[in-house]
Design a protein around this ligand. Structure first.
Ligand SMILES: C[S@@+](CC[C@H](N)C(=O)[O-])C[C@H]1O[C@@H](n2cnc3c(N)ncnc32)[C@H](O)[C@@H]1O
Length: 349
């Protein structure tokens, strides 16, 4: 496909995803206001200026996503990677699940979880994050997660995840850590979307995913096993106590985890990443933008916290991640924002 046609196809697909995400949120919110008005959150109106700033910032992200694929940081095929048929089949389940979510919102019940026999989890984890049915603790939750994130971010979740690839590649190159033996650990890998982006950029690296949820790891295994030649290495464990020896990884990534942790757990995850990294190894973090770097999006952050059950988000958006990285011993700390995501990069000295 000629480059300009392919780019047009990418832009059209993203516009379609964005419209579908917006339409879904609008219709489901209106339905909730009619059927379960008391479950509705009291949100702040978003001004036209802020909406325009969001639009610009999203366009900027998508432009960069295309540009970095053109620069061969990852294959353009990654931009079109989506399990469309699976999402179409699961989409009705998202609607069927809404009454459960409204019920929990009405009851203010955030501990409506399946029994957790045989595993112990940190207490902060045992909640219905985003009012999600079963929290992170069932196959049903894992099967809907990717689609729900796509809707939440209007189809830009992977484009935001991919923003960690360039700084990671650059730092590994600077530190001469680009060998085929490269070992990259993705902490809180969830259903494996970041591992998929990493595979696109590091074709011969050894990738390892870790998560607390068996169910999400099973889903990650299902997706990743579809990649030709892939033998997914997925480990159940806690990012605060990584089950790996010291100095055994060239890189660690961690996407959309920090905002779901209390402050001390955030620090512990960063310190564990430092422990398992080799000298010169690189940590890349991706999570929500924060108040200090994106004051213009303060109402959007506030609404996110009001609409979804995100018990640590308010603390997170005021947290100083750079200070935490510095305290753990990291050097060369940098950060940049892409749409609603901030990417930090730091090197173990
Ligand atoms: C918002 S999801 C992000 C998943 C994935 N990184 C992504 O980009 O979609 C948060 C994930 O963190 C996992 N998680 C939460 N606390 C954890 C911890 N202490 N250690 C490991 N995983 C954790 C959850 O099971 C869930 O899969």
């Amino acid at each position: 496909m000629a480059v300009s046609v392919k780019k047009l196809a990418y832009q059209t697909m993203q516009q379609g995803k964005s419209l579908l995400g917006l339409a879904h949120k609008q219709v489901s919110t209106q339905l909730m206001e009619i059927v379960a008005p008391k479950a509705s959150a009291d949100t702040i109106p978003i001004s036209p200026d802020t909406l325009q700033a969001l639009r610009r910032s999203m366009d900027h992200l998508l432009e960069r996503d295309w540009l970095e694929a053109e620069q061969n940081l990852y294959p353009t095929s990654l931009l079109f990677d989506a399990p469309w048929l699976d999402w179409m089949l699961r989409y009705p389940l998202v609607w069927l699940d809404l009454p459960n979510i409204w019920g929990r919102r009405l009851r203010r019940d955030v501990h409506d979880l399946p029994k957790t026999e045989g595993r112990s989890y940190p207490s902060y984890y045992l909640q219905n994050f985003h009012h999600q049915t079963d929290g992170y603790l069932s196959d049903r939750s894992a099967e809907l997660y990717d689609l729900q994130v796509e809707i939440l971010f209007n189809g830009t979740a992977d484009a935001m995840r991919r923003r960690l690839l360039k700084p990671l590649k650059q730092r590994l190159k600077q530190g001469n850590l680009g060998s085929p033996q490269l070992r990259i650990l993705d902490v809180a890998c969830g259903t494996g979307r970041t591992l998929k982006q990493l595979r696109g950029a590091f074709s011969s690296a050894q990738l390892v995913g870790l998560d607390l949820s068996d169910a999400y790891l099973r889903q990650a295994n299902r997706w990743l096993s579809q990649l030709p030649g892939e033998l997914p290495q997925l480990v159940q464990g806690n990012g605060e106590q990584l089950p790996f020896q010291e100095q055994t990884m060239e890189a660690v990534s961690c996407v959309f985890l920090l905002h779901e942790l209390p402050g001390e757990a955030r620090q512990a995850v960063i310190e564990e990443a430092f422990r398992v990294l080799k000298p010169g190894g690189v940590l890349v973090l991706a999570d929500s933008v924060q108040l200090a770097d994106s004051p213009q999006f303060q109402p959007v952050m506030e609404n996110f916290r009001r609409v979804f059950h995100e018990p640590y988000y308010r603390d997170y958006i005021s947290d100083q991640i750079e200070t935490r990285l510095d305290r753990a011993g990291f050097a060369q700390i940098s950060a940049e924002n892409w749409f609603m995501t901030r990417i930090w990069c730091a090197t173990r000295s």
